[in-house]
Ligand binder design. Structure first.
Ligand code: NDP
Length: 331
């Protein structure tokens, strides 16, 4: 184990003004846990960008090492489930929010938050998927559990160029769905088509207040955006369809009416990745292995080093990042 390692530390002064620094830590500085992991790869998700920029209050313990996703090697374990040398994967569980996370050379974690890195997926691929991609898969699973199939009709994906959206498009298209991508970046149409989108619409069509019920346009949807967009998605869902809602990139409000629910039997399916049970995580990762084309994942992914995390987080909040960002800690 190294004597010291670099970490990103987010702090707050008495006036609650936030600052971000790259610091040196030792193992003794780490929070409690029963498994110590050397971090090989991580990623920059929307939530990580919120933690670093302070744009929304996602940090619940100060100071904080952000980073909600990691793949690493177990250095030391007091839990019989894991031993030194095991490759492990972590997504969420409040790590990077209330427990020091992935943006450090080492992390000390609770064994119940970890799963074995699925065989056949490399550390960098797993972080290419990350919480965003694993959430996209949870959304697909939620729609399937509700009975949605490709034969039912098109599926709309909002926030199409983002992490959740781009992975959702790649998975849905491999499963044979007709995917409609909603984006504010029409200049990325070619990219979205290469992922498997069959139609592209301007997100402005959905982001303003709309009618309680509109023309039926899709059988289902995956929404990473919330607010008026989610309300309009519901209002334009076919009879008996469903929308899986996981995000709030436009807003956390839901200015909708009950009309789609009571007149069209539309369902709103909530999706949470942070506290999802371990068996659902294992199922989602095994589905990712089967149903996400790794060549498409590569096309979605940009790889950066530790030194680029802070600037990338700012760019992500400004809507300037396409797809997924992987952090290779060896760079
Ligand atoms: P990204 O920042 O990668 O993507 C968000 C995308 O949303 C953007 O790329 C953009 O797509 C679109 N967007 C941004 N701002 C707006 C706006 N004002 N109005 C409409 N669309 C907008 O984030 P992620 O994909 O990683 O995460 C997406 C959302 O899902 C976030 O809110 C995140 O917190 C949430 N999330 C929730 C999880 C859960 O467990 N429920 C887990 C993971 C993420 P485009 O340019 O194509 O329009």
């Amino acid at each position: 184990m190294p004597n010291s390692f670099r970490a990103i530390l987010v702090s707050r002064n008495e006036d609650k003004k936030q600052s971000v620094d790259i610091v040196k830590l030792t193992e003794a500085d780490l929070m409690d846990g029963d498994v110590t992991v050397s971090v090989e790869a991580t990623t920059v998700n929307y939530k990580d960008a919120l933690a670093i920029t302070g744009k929304s209050p996602v940090v619940r313990h100060w100071p904080m090492v952000p980073g909600i996703d990691l793949v690493g090697t177990v250095e030391q374990s007091d839990n019989p489930q894991f031993k030194q040398g095991d490759k492990v994967l972590l997504n969420g569980w409040g790590v990077g929010e209330s427990h020091w996370g992935a943006y450090a050379g080492m992390a000390r974690l609770d064994a119940k938050w970890l799963i074995a890195l699925p065989s056949g997926i490399t550390p960098l691929q797993a972080m290419g998927v990350g919480t965003a991609g694993y959430t996209a898969m949870l959304c697909v699973m939620a729609l399937e559990k509700y009975g949605i199939t490709p034969a039912r009709g098109p599926v709309i994906v909002t926030g199409a160029n983002g992490g959740v959206g781009s992975v959702a498009i790649a998975i849905l298209s491999k499963l044979g769905y007709h995917v409609i991508a909603s984006t504010g970046r029409p200049e990325e149409a070619e990219f979205l088509t290469s992922l498997g989108a069959k139609e592209i619409i301007d997100r402005a069509e959905l982001s303003e207040p709309g009618r309680p019920l509109g023309k039926e346009r899709w059988a289902a949807g995956i929404d990473a955006v919330g607010s008026h967009t989610l309300a309009n998605l519901l209002a334009q869902t076919n009879y008996g369809g469903a929308i899986a809602a996981c995000g709030l990139a436009q807003g956390f409000d839901l200015p909708a009416t009950v009309m789609p629910f009571i007149l069209r039997g539309v369902a709103l399916l909530g999706v949470d990745s942070v506290s999802a049970a371990t068996n659902r995580r294992i199922e989602a990762w095994s589905r990712i292995k089967a149903d996400l084309d790794m060549e498409k994942l590569e096309a979605i992914t940009t790889t950066i080093g530790f030194d680029d995390i802070i600037l990338t987080a700012k760019a992500l909040i400004d809507g300037k990042v396409r797809g997924r960002v992987v952090v290779d800690m060896s760079l």
